[in-house]
Design a protein around this ligand. Structure first.
Ligand SMILES: C[S@@+](CC[C@H](N)C(=O)[O-])C[C@H]1O[C@@H](n2cnc3c(N)ncnc32)[C@H](O)[C@@H]1O
Length: 305
């Protein structure tokens, strides 16, 4: 089925542009090209260059579409942003990360990201490496329970893991529907709360794509490549990601301590990387009304010394 790139809204786009602040002549990295929404807006905001990264080969037609308009102002490099310093050796004016899975990936039911469509349990953004089915069918019970608990924040993780083990003794678990049914046999669906499969599917997706490890490495790599005054902007969607971003910024921002002019001790050397970092910024009510996917988004940014 052809992908409709036009029906997807880039999350918190006005805030991304305001905090990334693209300038003429600048070089910006869009670390999560996706549907190209941020890239296109950055290229329209300033006469700058965008280096776009994505691990999903399915984004290529959209890259080509934008290159036909913006020419060599848009360069695409396929790969994981965890390998930021290998993919980008330029000094850059800013980088933006829009973490997680794209609505396009969710809509491609056959890729197994969503429990609302029956498909093989795949969930690989890069379309290579271990699948969700590999994890579900091979991980020991206690590791599976820990994974579902830690990455899905699922309180019934032990029961779900036990049922998975019992089921896979009889037959390999291969599809999203089979896994969802196991979860529903433990947690009943209710019209007023989120689907009980949400948390276990999130956990698997995070594990299959090493999303938290990627984020940690991506933030460090991008920071290394930022010029002085360069800007790092991150949009994240759940508490596990947000904790990593918040901690990374907090650990690397200057204390901006006030030193009294009467102090005898010389001022301590400040090894901070960032001169400022923001608190969480949220989408507008209007955006959440128009695009429910944005409801859990948070944006944080930092500016290099
Ligand atoms: C939420 S979408 C980005 C949407 C984009 N901001 C837009 O406006 O269209 C996230 C994209 O990042 C990609 N992605 C996720 N993790 C990645 C990683 N570690 N390295 C490279 N790309 C990644 C996904 O394949 C997906 O296409």
């Amino acid at each position: 089925m052809p992908i409709d790139f036009q029906t997807h809204f880039p999350v918190m786009l006005p805030q991304v542009l305001e905090t990334l602040c693209p300038q003429d002549g600048g070089i910006y990295v869009d670390a999560t090209f996706g549907n190209g929404g941020y890239t296109e807006a950055i290229l329209n905001t300033a006469n700058c260059k965008v280096i776009a990264l994505d691990r999903d080969p399915n984004v290529l037609p959209r890259v080509k579409e934008l290159q036909a308009i913006y020419g060599d102002r848009l360069e695409f490099r396929a790969g994981c942003f965890g390998d930021f310093t290998e993919l980008v050796d330029e000094q850059i004016d800013g980088a933006v990360f829009d973490i997680g899975v794209s609505s396009m990936q969710l809509d491609q039911g056959e890729r197994g990201f969503s429990f609302s469509k029956n498909a093989p349990l795949d969930m690989r953004m890069s379309q290579s490496g271990q699948t969700a089915a590999d994890i579900i069918n091979n991980l020991p019970e206690s590791e599976l329970a820990d994974l579902i608990y830690q990455y899905g924040e699922e309180r019934k993780s032990r029961q779900i893991a036990a049922k998975i083990i019992a089921t896979r003794k009889l037959k390999k678990i291969e599809t999203t529907k089979e896994l969802a049914e196991i979860i529903y046999s433990i947690i009943r669906r209710s019209p007023n709360s989120i689907d009980p499969a949400t948390r276990t599917f999130q956990a698997l997706r995070i594990a299959v794509n090493d999303e938290l490890g990627e984020l940690q490495k991506g933030l460090s790599g991008a920071t290394t490549r930022l010029k002085s005054q360069g800007r790092l902007v991150v949009v994240d969607f759940h508490s596990l990601e947000d904790r990593i971003v918040k901690t990374f910024f907090k650990n690397n921002v200057g204390k901006n301590r006030h030193v009294s002019r009467y102090a005898v001790k010389p001022q301590e050397q400040d090894n901070a990387i960032f001169k400022e970092c923001s608190k969480a910024i949220f989408p507008s009510e209007e955006e959440v009304r128009k695009n429910s996917r944005s409801r859990s988004a948070k944006l944080r940014y930092a500016v290099k010394q």
